[in-house]
Design a protein around this ligand. Structure first.
Ligand code: NAP
Length: 312
């Protein structure tokens, strides 16, 4: 993807990852970036997606559109999580092949790995054990997307690749009170605790579990790096993207408290579940290819909080 005038379609450009990919592409001099809102093009609609590809013929396709949600949404609406995500990825991947896109990058997530996989998570652990039941529908749909990209490579030589990022955060994150991921949820809670002068913020669990976080623009840089430099023959089935840095939830919470400027106390509710003790990606394959993250957690959090304040 060296020719900066080639047509790039970023599916899901309003989301956390898609908006970061658009920014990073523009910052790197790509000028021909196609985007469509859900109202303009519902990606679950096969004939509409095909019409769009037939007309526009994008040469590079980033698939950052997905039905995304927390544990509650995942376990309450498994039908929608399976159907929407399967339709979105099948429509985009099939049309990319039919209308001869030169390269496709499909985004999955670390929930594709077995619940009890050894840590750090290596790419080869895919399908070596049972999935986490609370987000099984989402994980199955993402595994299907990886396999479809790989099948197109094996059967037709298509340069379709997949990436698995760790937990992400950054501008355009979802700050919904019940549907957001851990970091945006903490930003929101500390922000309102500060405004309300609350004496304490209660955090579920012991604070001991270890988690990995990556700033969304770092993830987007990694996606662009792979689009530009690494083909399906080199990448294999998929490749992890992460920061390689893991934090106990307790220190993550301290970072958020400091970023937001909250003065009260943090109380850990030990009666509530901790979840898995450690979840971290093995990023040795992508770092061996030459990519490194740039943002520290402190800098990324400051930028994410700035964005949160703009949207309040
Ligand atoms: N967030 C994370 O921590 C994380 C971590 C690892 C991997 N990922 C992966 O990265 C990808 C993107 O995640 P994200 O966090 O950026 O999600 P997001 O913020 O929810 O963005 C998803 C985007 O997809 C669009 N979309 C969903 N269904 C659509 C449809 N039927 N037609 C058209 N557009 C549709 C949404 O449009 P609307 O704006 O209209 O809703 C939104 O712009 C996902 O595959 C996810 O698994 C995310």
């Amino acid at each position: 993807m060296r020719d900066k005038s080639k047509k790039i379609f970023v599916a899901g450009h309003k989301g956390l990852v898609g908006s970061a990919i658009v920014k990073v592409c523009k910052d790197n001099g790509y000028s021909n970036i196609l985007t469509r809102t859900r109202e303009e093009l519902n990606l679950t609609n096969a004939s509409a997606v095909e019409e769009f590809f037939k007309k526009e013929r994008p040469q590079y396709v980033f698939i950052a559109a997905a039905k995304v949600g927390g544990i509650h949404a995942n376990s309450t609406y498994p039908v929608q999580f399976l159907l929407d995500n399967l339709k979105i990825e099948c429509n985009l991947i099939e049309s990319s092949a039919k209308y001869e896109a030169e390269k496709v990058l499909f985004l999955g997530s670390s929930c594709i790995y077995p619940r009890l996989a050894p840590q750090p998570l290596k790419e080869e652990y895919l399908l070596t054990g049972l999935l986490e039941p609370t987000n099984e529908a989402y994980a199955i749909s993402k595994i299907a997307g990886i396999k479809l990209c790989r099948a197109y490579y094996r059967q037709y030589g298509k340069n379709f690749i997949s990436v698995m990022p760790c937990n992400l955060y950054g501008p355009n994150d979802n700050y919904h009170p019940t549907e957001s991921h851990v970091l945006p949820a903490l930003i929101r809670r500390f922000h309102f605790a500060k405004l309300n002068n609350d004496k304490e913020v209660v955090v579920w669990g012991t604070g001991k579990p270890l988690r990995e976080f990556l700033y969304s623009l770092d993830c987007a840089e990694a996606c662009l790096f792979l689009m530009e430099n690494c083909d399906a023959s080199e990448i294999g089935e998929f490749i992890n993207i992460g920061s390689g840095r893991e934090y106990p939830i307790a220190s993550l919470v301290e970072y958020v408290k400091k970023t937001v400027g909250y003065q009260g106390n943090i109380v850990f509710d030990h009666t509530k579940p901790d979840g898995t003790p450690r979840k971290v990606m093995d990023i040795s394959r992508i770092t061996a290819l030459g990519w490194r993250p740039k943002f520290s957690l402190e800098d990324g959090l400051a930028l994410a909080y700035e964005d949160f304040l703009k949207k309040m």
